[in-house]
Design a protein around this ligand. Structure first.
Ligand code: EPU
Length: 350
């Protein structure tokens, strides 16, 4: 196990921000994690787990030991009358894993095609798009405990999934908390893909595709292709224009708060939730404040989706984490001043 020093992180974050890792270890399997744990030089060092780098803002060099997860492997683990169970290494590229499953006849994750990042990052923020969330197709995961040096398995309940949230985003602050941020590395994820497969096409963009094509009984491959087309039309490809996907979570408000906003802004995009709360489209709120297409330094608001902040300086003159956060704060302030709503960033700020 080699620990590299002074490693450039620009290739490893989807914003394309320039920063360095003081120390970085490439993790190809549990044995590498065990070796680090056994080494007194590294056992107690603060660590930062890096997956696909598609949901982070680097605001400076990283002093913690960066664990770059590169664990590979994709296989059908089990097939029962009710589901396919597929296991994937945490370092697999998310989109490639989804494509592999759809191609090989294990459908169920097609609505989550083209989400950047790795398999290991998918449970951390319970990725979701077009009517499907990871937790709907999750079986269990294996992780390595950086404190004890032991591997363990978690089921869905133990992952405490929420909207763009899980136990891996929380720091343990008391004896009853179960936060695992910085304490565990996800090594493998198992997906439970229910049989018989059913298309999830309730989302407006997918209904439009059915109308357009006249195909009202799409296969998983059709949905996969539609999702790729929808995302390509609306969201920037981070390889061309650096970004970290949606920069803010869609906020939830009480029906009273929502009624108050509707009275002032009748066009506000809102969705009632099962628990009685109302989810607002953060992209709409930001757009309504006039941010679409605006920039602060090299940090910009994407022209076609105001929820996405982009790197306007490319690889040569890239945005800094500071510029991204300055723009994010300016957006938060104007949305708060106009709507009284505090937007919460989605990416992890490092
Ligand atoms: N809208 C605007 N202006 C904008 C952007 C959006 O008016 O600039 C309106 C849209 O017209 C639409 C509504 O806001 O009526 C919602 O927009 P969209 O359908 O694009 O979805 P979103 O709520 O902005 C969420 C996820 C995305 C996911 C899409 C599709 C969050 C924070 N984002 O975006 O996830 O792909 O739904 O399911 O929940 C991500 O998390 O990185 C991500 C891209």
């Amino acid at each position: 196990m080699i620990v590299e020093s002074n490693v450039p992180l620009q290739p490893y974050n989807s914003f394309g921000i320039v920063a360095r890792a003081q120390h970085l270890a490439r993790i190809a399997g549990e044995a590498d994690l065990a070796a680090l744990h056994a080494d007194p030089a590294w056992r107690d060092a603060p660590r930062f787990v890096l997956g696909g780098g598609s949901n982070i803002v680097l605001t400076g060099d990283v002093k913690s030991l960066v664990l770059k997860v590169e664990i590979k492997g994709l296989r059908l683990l089990e097939e029962t009358p009710r589901a396919w169970i597929v296991e994937a290494g945490a370092g697999e590229t998310w989109h490639d894993a989804v494509e592999w499953m759809v191609r090989n006849g294990y459908p169920g994750l097609e609505n989550l095609a083209l989400i950047p990042g790795t398999v290991g990052g998918s449970p951390v923020q319970n990725i979701g798009a077009y009517g499907v969330e990871l937790q709907d197709r999750f079986d269990s995961l294996d992780a390595f405990d950086l404190e004890t040096g032991r591997s363990f398995t978690l089921d869905a309940a133990q992952c405490a999934f929420g909207y763009r949230d899980s136990v891996f985003k929380h720091v343990r602050s008391g004896p009853n908390d179960f936060g695992l941020a910085g304490k565990a590395v996800i090594t493998r994820v198992r997906f439970r893909l229910p049989k018989p497969w059913k298309a999830v096409v309730g989302y407006l963009d997918l209904e439009r595709k059915m109308e357009e094509t006249g195909n009202f009984t799409p296969s998983a491959q059709d949905i996969f292709d539609w999702i790729c087309a929808i995302r390509r039309a609306k969201l920037p490809d981070w390889r061309v224009l650096g970004n970290a996907g949606s920069f803010f979570k869609n906020p939830t408000v009480t029906p009273e708060q929502c009624a108050d906003i509707i009275a002032r802004d009748p066009k506000i995009v809102h969705y009632p939730m099962d628990d009685g709360s109302i989810k607002l489209a953060a992209g709409w709120l930001i757009d309504a404040c006039g941010w679409k297409g605006k920039s602060v330094g090299n940090a910009g608001v994407y022209e076609r989706q105001a929820l996405v902040l982009v790197n306007r300086g490319g690889r040569e003159n890239p945005v800094t984490g500071g510029e991204v956060m300055t723009l994010a704060k300016a957006i938060q302030t104007s949305v708060y001043e106009r709507f009284g709503i505090r937007l919460e960033p989605e990416p992890v700020v490092v």
